[in-house]
Design a protein around this ligand. Structure first.
Ligand SMILES: NC(=O)c1ccc[n+]([C@@H]2O[C@H](COP(=O)([O-])OP(=O)(O)OC[C@H]3O[C@@H](n4cnc5c(N)ncnc54)[C@H](O)[C@@H]3O)[C@@H](O)[C@H]2O)c1
Length: 265
């Protein structure tokens, strides 16, 4: 299932490759981090030495996962937050600042799949889809900029998707259009924030083995796996490692880019 090579792979947050990446002293906020890609990113950044504040709507799952990361000796904080709400975003960033005293890395990852194409998506689903998948990232970045400027080495990574550029995607229309907006948001912020030391990039995964993608059903995922030159869909770790590259010194001169993580064209 889900393509050759995927079964048996370590699906938990990996430790960073030794020696190459060291985030000791850096502080990160990851949104939508109670599960899936956000949780994997948070674990990988913390494994590389960062202190990581995880935000999510789902307070119970968040508390459980934060406890489990702490059990691995990682420096993490969980803060329940709805990042479609400016007050929720502010509270998340304030919690991180109170805990760690600085902010260097923001990964705006929170999102949800939307239902329907133009003829069957109602206006509320459209509005909420844009708010959850695009406005949330705008609000998170805007609120984080002052602290990231003080860092002198700020990093923002936004989560886009292959759906941003594929008009034949199985994703809902609000989701796909929001993700296209994410990519332009990354480019525009990269230009606007030039000179602050903050870089802004987007990561655009194809199908990733998380609850969101599993919602499409095994047959759809199998077809994604077969279309990929690498013969499988992505694991959470595949995506988390691309994020780690962009937020680390290795990716320091990469700015305003969209990094596809899809196993090939
Ligand atoms: N899974 C894929 O195939 C795939 C592919 C491309 C891009 N992505 C993107 O990656 C990101 C993570 O996706 P995932 O697959 O891990 O999804 P997921 O559904 O497994 O996890 C998403 C998390 O975001 C949280 N969340 C949703 N709305 C929120 C809000 N308003 N405030 C705070 N938290 C909120 C959820 O509670 C959940 O914990 C999303 O932006 C998604 O669009 C996923």
């Amino acid at each position: 299932m889900l393509g050759r090579h995927l079964e048996g792979m370590d699906m938990t947050a990996a430790q960073a490759p030794s020696g190459l990446v060291d985030l000791t002293g850096r502080v990160a906020v990851v949104t939508g981090a109670a599960r899936g890609i956000g949780l994997g990113v948070a674990g990988l950044l913390a494994g590389a030495g960062a202190r990581v504040c995880l935000g999510d709507l789902d307070a119970d799952t968040l508390a459980r996962e934060v406890e489990s990361l702490r059990g691995r000796g990682l420096q993490v904080l969980g803060h329940p937050a709805d990042v479609t709400d400016p007050a929720g975003v502010d509270a998340l960033l304030e919690a991180a600042a109170a805990w760690a005293g600085r902010l260097d890395i923001v990964v705006a990852n929170a999102g949800r799949m939307t239902e329907g194409r133009v003829r069957d998506a109602d206006a509320r689903e459209w509005d909420d889809g844009l708010r959850t998948n695009l406005t949330s990232a705008f609000l998170t970045c805007r609120a984080a900029i002052p602290a990231l400027e003080r860092s002198g080495n700020g990093r923002i990574v936004l989560l886009s998707s292959g759906a941003a550029s594929d008009p034949r995607t199985v994703a809902g229309i609000a989701y796909a259009v929001a993700k296209a907006g994410i990519e332009q948001l990354a480019r525009m912020l990269a230009v606007e924030l030039g000179g602050t030391g903050i870089t802004v990039n987007a990561v655009a995964p194809g199908a990733v083995d998380t609850g969101m993608a599993r919602g499409f059903g095994g047959e759809v995922l199998e077809s994604y796996a077969q279309r990929s030159p690498l013969g499988r869909i992505a694991t959470v770790d595949d995506v988390a490692r691309a994020v780690l590259f962009l937020v680390s010194d290795l990716g320091g001169f990469v700015n305003g880019e969209v990094l596809r993580v899809a196993g090939g064209p």
